[in-house]
Design a protein around this ligand. Sequence first.
Ligand SMILES: [Zn+2]
Length: 169
Amino acid sequence: MKVERLVVGLLETNCYVLYQNESCLVVDPGDDYRKIAKAIEGYELEGILVTHYHFDHVGALSDLLKHHCTTVFNFKTLGKQKTKSFSFEVVLNKGHKEDSVSFVFENDIFTGDFVFNEGIGRTDLPGGCDKEMQKSLDKLKVLTKNYNIYPGHGPTTTLDYEKQNNPYL
Ligand SMILES: [Zn+2]
């Protein structure tokens, strides 16, 4: 699986396009439908993965759905999921927002605004909760594989690096 990061919108949100052969998935179509459309041109869009419904993560969602008949994966589709070319698990990670999820692939986790490089998402916005954030962090901490972490903002990191350097882990 090849991962491409597109930085979109005023809040510089990370939208990711995951490629596998002739197919792709889009994680968090935050803004800039044209940029995303260009990145997926010629590929079959097998699904759109939404980490949570803040505008900077879903701004281009309706445009994308207008042009593609595809499945949306989010907090309503928890558990193991499979499309034609991709397998992943949708894990509930409340704290930043009540609908926050992470998408866990074989070696990669897309965390949205749950965990960043050396930081975590805000919990003081509507739907945020410190207690839930702690529970979600505890779930992440017990994973033993050194996953690549792809956050909703900022650079890519790894789980081992965050365990050593992220004050919240
Ligand atoms: Zn957010």
